[in-house]
Design a protein around this ligand. Sequence first.
Ligand SMILES: NC(=O)c1ccc[n+]([C@@H]2O[C@H](COP(=O)([O-])OP(=O)(O)OC[C@H]3O[C@@H](n4cnc5c(N)ncnc54)[C@H](OP(=O)(O)O)[C@@H]3O)[C@@H](O)[C@H]2O)c1
Length: 270
Amino acid sequence: MTLSAQDTASTGTHPMRLGFIGTGDITRAMVRGLAGQGHQILISPRNATIAAALAAEIPGVSIASNEEVVAGSDVVFLCLLARVAVDVVPGLPFRTDHRVISVMVDAPLDKLRHLCAPATDIALTIPLPPIAKGGCPLPVYPASPTLEALFGARNPVITLESETALAAHLAVSGISATMLDQLLTAAGWLAGHTGDPASAEAYVAAMIRAYLPERATGGELAGALRNLSTEGGVNATLRAAMARAKADMVKGLDGFSARLGLDKTAQGKG
Ligand SMILES: NC(=O)c1ccc[n+]([C@@H]2O[C@H](COP(=O)([O-])OP(=O)(O)OC[C@H]3O[C@@H](n4cnc5c(N)ncnc54)[C@H](OP(=O)(O)O)[C@@H]3O)[C@@H](O)[C@H]2O)c1
C-alpha cells in the first residue's frame, strides 16, 4: 500500500475531459470535489434533478447522453448501480485510449474489462460523500495516476495491491455509521446533563477531531490511544466497560467475508 502525500501531490492538474455515467449521490459529490479546476465535465441526464443542479452550479459541467459522455471524454467515471451497468455500459462507445474509473462496489475488475472493452485502463475506487469538500480517503486498485492527478491534492489516495484489499476497505467503510452513532449517543447523554444539545454536539465532534491525525502514516492512532490509557481515568474505565463493542466490530467485519470475497489468509499482508 502506498499513500499519496497531500503536500506533494499535484495541485496544478491540467484540465481534462471527464465523463460521468450515472448522476446520483456519489457523482454529485465527486463533481463538486472537482469544481474550479478547469475540467470539462460531461454528465449523463439521469438523475435529471441532480444533473440540472450540477450543470447550473458548476462552470464546465454539461449534460449529454450516455453515448456523448463516453465519446467526449478521456476519463470516464462509472457511477451506476452495478445491476444497471450490465445493461447500460456494453453499448457505449469505449475506445482503447479511455481511462475508466469505476466506483461501483459490486462490479469486479473482470466484469468491467468485459463491459468496457476495448478500454483496458480501468481502476476501482471507493469514494465517500465527503469527497465533495476534500479529505476523503480514496483506496484504489490498481494504481491510477489519473485518480491521483484529479483528486490526490485534496484527498489521500491509497493505492492497494489487490482487489481483495479494496473489498476489505469497503467493509471497513461500514464502521462510519457506527462511529457516528456512538458520537451522537455521547452528545445526547451530555445534552441530558447540560440541557444544551448544540454545545454537546460541538464538544463531542471537536474533541474527537482533535485526536485524529491530519494524515496518518502509521502509529498515530495507537499513540493517541496510549496517551488515553491512564489506569482509573475516565477513558480507560469506559473503554473497559465497552470492551465487547470491539469484539462485536471485528465479528461484524468478519461477517462480510463471504459477501465481499475476503480471504482471511491475506490478513496482515499488503
Ligand atoms: N453513495 C455512496 O456513498 C457510494 C460510495 C461508494 C460507491 N458508491 C457506488 O456508486 C454507485 C452509485 O451509487 P449512488 O449512491 O450514487 O447511487 P444513485 O444515487 O442511485 O445513483 C445511480 C444513478 O444511476 C442513474 N441511472 C439509472 N439508470 C441509468 C441509465 N440507464 N443511464 C444513466 N444513468 C442511469 C440513476 O438515475 P435515476 O435516479 O434517474 O434512476 C442515478 O443517477 C453504486 O454502484 C455504489 O455502489 C456509492
